[in-house]
Design a protein around this ligand. Structure first.
Ligand code: GLU
Length: 416
């Protein structure tokens, strides 16, 4: 068992090492794949509406680009420092390889709490950051997307700022508004994909989705769509939460109504309905068949993994489970469907959007959703088959498949 004091990047590289052993990856290649290609840190001064100035720090980390342009989101969060962004960039490398989209892995972030900022302040900050990283991004170089606390509007500002120097370039970012070249289906893709993967897992293991009880931690873009799609497929969503608290009803929550309330600016605990208010910790440890962490990193850790009652944990967030917690869950016989598989619907949707942009073509949403489900089914099946043939976990299998593909491409390119 590992100690809990690993940084996020060390933790992801612990997952890497477990999988690398399974495919007998050589040490030289492992040294390339456990380090990053390029990291930039840029100063982001922002004039606030009250006239004061803040000087934030922004980052873009490009982990590996052997299989295609670097790809990954930009998050605004106080914890989005270099070490966390490195970890998330490397997860993108394994994710894009596992689901076989022609991208590498990257991530960006500004270490700031954007919650009190006005739209004007957010726009100024985003434009300044976009100009700061403009020399390392490009539609065939590195393509940002939304992540925690960023959205389609953020991407519109990045596209516009980049376009000021380069001309009209919709393929510079994905997750754009529909009116600027975004793809119908992309906004819901990560959450929908989480349930597509759960459905594939249920089918293989003989688990009936109808009536399966689900708890979802986090009700942002990923958690809200995951909860709604779970309900649409017959699951009973018994608990949901946001950063202010959680609600629970064993008879099932009306997640569409909660989503409407939250979209209008309310907190989850303020939603109408017959439910009890509980804490986020109680949600994670509460009775359910399937637990979907869809919020921050490291939510399942040494201190609470033994309390999880779910039979299956589906990681909608990136890196929600520390290696120590992962060991505890595995020892307890709880199946963990890992982030690089479970939340890959987002980047698959980004690939569709990018491909439409470079072809100046638009798909209908039905095609988008059908191709999304298909790609996730293929990735789930490959992961499950590897896990069975190597008697390993789904996490080890998904990393092993991703690592093997990136190692093969790196070797073909002559990296070593
Ligand atoms: N931020 C999402 C993720 O972590 C999507 C990234 C993308 O589409 O580039 O997978």
């Amino acid at each position: 068992m590992t100690t809990e004091r690993l940084s996020a990047f060390e933790a992801v590289n612990r997952y890497f090492a477990d999988a690398a052993r399974l495919i007998e990856l050589d040490d030289d290649m492992a040294r390339i794949l456990t380090t990053t290609y390029r990291e930039i840190s840029v100063q982001v001064p922002v004039r606030l509406d009250d006239g004061s100035l803040i000087v934030a720090q922004g980052y873009r980390v490009q982990h590996n680009g052997a299989r295609g342009p670097y790809k990954g989101g930009i998050r605004y969060h106080p914890d989005a420092g270099l070490e966390e962004v490195r970890a998330l960039a490397s997860l993108m490398t394994w994710k894009t390889a596992l689901v076989d989209v022609p991208f590498g892995g990257a991530k960006g972030g500004i270490a700031i709490d954007p919650s009190g900022m006005s739209q004007a302040e957010l726009q100024r900050m985003t434009r300044r950051f976009a100009h700061g990283i403009a020399h390392v991004i490009g539609p065939y170089r590195d393509i940002p997307a939304p992540d925690m606390n960023t959205n389609a509007q953020t991407m519109a500002w990045v596209m516009d700022a980049y376009g000021q120097g380069h001309g009209y370039t919709p393929a510079i970012v994905t997750g754009k508004p529909l009116g600027l070249g975004g793809a119908p289906g992309r906004e819901a893709a990560t959450g929908r994909g989480v349930i597509d993967v759960l459905a594939a897992h249920a089918e293989r293991t003989g688990m009936e989705l109808a009536g399966t009880t689900v708890a979802v931690q986090g009700f942002g873009n990923v958690g809200s769509f995951a909860a709604m799609h779970a309900a649409q497929r017959g699951c009973k969503v018994v608990a949901v939460s946001d950063q202010w608290g959680a609600i629970r009803n064993d008879a099932g929550l009306d997640v569409d109504a909660i989503a409407t309330t939250v979209k209008a600016g309310a907190k989850v605990v303020e939603a109408d309905g017959d439910h009890e208010v509980i804490t986020n910790d109680e949600l994670l440890a509460g009775p359910c068949d399937v637990l979907i962490p869809a919020a921050l990193d490291e939510q399942l850790h040494q201190g609470n993994a033994a309390d999880v009652q779910a039979r299956v944990v589906v990681e909608a967030a990136n890196y929600p489970t520390t290696p120590t917690a992962d060991d505890i869950l595995v020892d307890r016989g709880i199946v963990v469907v890992p982030d690089v598989l479970a939340n890959a619907g987002g980047v698959i949707g980004s690939y569709f959007e990018w491909a439409m942009n470079v072809q100046q073509f638009q798909w209908k949403e039905e095609r988008f959703n059908a191709e999304l489900a298909d790609k996730l089914r293929v990735a789930y099946a490959a992961t499950a088959a590897f896990a069975e043939s190597h008697s390993c976990t789904l996490r080890q299998a998904s990393f092993a498949i991703g690592i093997q593909r990136v190692a093969d491409a790196s070797r073909l390119r002559g990296y070593i």
